[in-house]
Design a protein around this ligand. Sequence first.
Ligand code: GDP
Ligand code: IMO
Ligand code: MG
Length: 435
Amino acid sequence: MPGTCVIGLQWGDEAKGKLVDLLTLDHDLVVRYQGGANAGHTVVAGENTYKLSLIPSGILTPSVRCVIAGGVVINPPACLQEIDGLVSRGIRVADNLLISDRAHVIFPWHMAEDRSLDESTSDGENIGTTQRGIGPCYRDKVGRSYAIRLGDLYRNDIGQRIEHVVTAKNRVIASMHGGEQAEPLDAKTICADYLGYAERLKPYVADSTALLLDAVDADQRILFEGAQGALLDVDHGTFPYVTSSNSSGVGVSSGSGVPGRFIDKVLGVVKAYCTRVGGGPFPTEQSNDIGQRLRDRGNEYGTVTKRPRRCGWFDAVAARYTARLSGVDSLAVMLLDVLSGMDELSICTAYEIDGQRTTNFPSHVDDLRRAVPVFETVPGWQAEITAARSIDDLPDAARGYLDRISELVGRPVEVVSVGPDREQTIFASRAAHTS
Ligand code: GDP
Ligand code: IMO
Ligand code: MG
C-alpha cells in the first residue's frame, strides 16, 4: 500500500497545502493526523483561494475521502464554520469527510488558558501561540483527568463530565488571573452549545483508526498531510518554542494509527528560504532589508493569525536534521520565485557555537540561540520564473541553488514550486536531471 507523507521541514507554512492538493488525485484518502486549527493551509485553484485549517487539503477533490484522525485536536465550532464555508463555495463535504471519535475536543477553557498562559517561557520569551487552545488541549489529553474526546459528546454522562471539568477549570482560570475575579465558565451553557455542535458533526464522526487500517488491508493509497513543521515538533523541535504535537514525520503513526511500515514515501517540504511565526531562536533570520524583501515578495503574513512572519535565509543545517528525522525521501522546494531579483543568495551550511563549527542541530534552545550561521554565498538570478514549467526553464543560477540545497540536505529535489497556483509547479527529480 503506497502511504505517502507530506511533512514540513522548517517552522511551518512551507506550502504543504498546495502540495497536498496537487498529490491528492493519486490517492484514495487524505489524512490530517496532528495539530488542529493552528494550521492554515492555502490552496489556490485558478481564481479561487481556499484557506484550510482543520479539514485536509484534499477536500477540493471530490473523489477522495478526507480523514481527521485521532491525533488532531478539534474545535467543533471552528470545524463547523470551516465545513459551512466550503459548502457555501460549492465544495462537497457531506459524504467525503470523516472525523475520528478519538480526537480530543477544544473547549472554551482551553482557549482561555492559551490566552492567559502564553506570557513567557522560563527563559523570558513568548512562545507566541496561535491562541487556538492547542497546547492546553494536548496537555489535558496527556493529563487524562480533564480530557474529553469527540466520541464522549455522544454519551449519556457528558453533562456530568463537563460539569466536573468546568468546576476544576474555573479554579485554574481564577488563579491565572492573580486572584482577580474572572468571568466563571458556565457548565450548562457550554454543555448545551457542545451538544448542538455534536449533533451537527454526528454524520462525520466515526472510528478513523479502524477505517484507516481497513484501507491499509484493502491496499488503498493514503496521503498523510502534516501540519506545522518538524522544527515545531514537541519532542524534536526547538523546545519550548514548538507546538504541542509531533509535527515531524515521527508523528504520522501515533496520530493516525497506521504503522510506519505502511508508509513508503516521505516528501519533505521546504521554502526556498526560511520563515517563522512566533517566538524562539531562528539562526538565519534577517531582521533587515533582506528579511523585509522576502516578506514583501513572499507575502509572508500568517494564514491563521495574520502576524508578519519572520524571514531569513535557507538553513541547510536545520533542514538536513529534519529531513533525516522525518525519513524524507525527496524534497519539494516551494516559493522559489520569491528569490528572483536578488544579486546573491546565502545558504547556511554550518553553525558556529562558542567558536566550534558544527553541522549538527543543537538539542537545547540556549545553544541554538548562540549559533552563528556560517553562510555560503551563491549567485542569484534576475528573471521572474513564475512561468517555468520544467527544470530546464529555470535560469542556471536557480538550478545551481536547487542543486546546492539538495547536496547540503542530502536528498534529491522532486518538486519545485514557482507560484501559488496549481499549475506553477515543476515535477522533476533533480537527481534525474543531473544524471
Ligand atoms: P502551509 O501551512 O504549509 O500549507 O503554507 P501556507 O498556506 O500557510 O503558506 C504558504 C503560502 O505561500 C500560501 O499563501 C500559498 O498560496 C503561497 N505559495 C505556495 N506556493 C508558492 C510558490 O511557489 N510561490 C509563491 N510566491 N507563493 C506560494
Ligand atoms: P501550518 O500547518 C506556522 C507556531 C505558532 C507558535 C507555535 C506554538 O500552517 O504550517 P500553537 O498555537 O501551536 O501552540 O503555537 O507554533 N505555529 C505555526 N507556525 N505554521 C503553522 O501551521 C503553525 N502552527 C503553530 O506561531 O510559534
Ligand atoms: Mg500555514
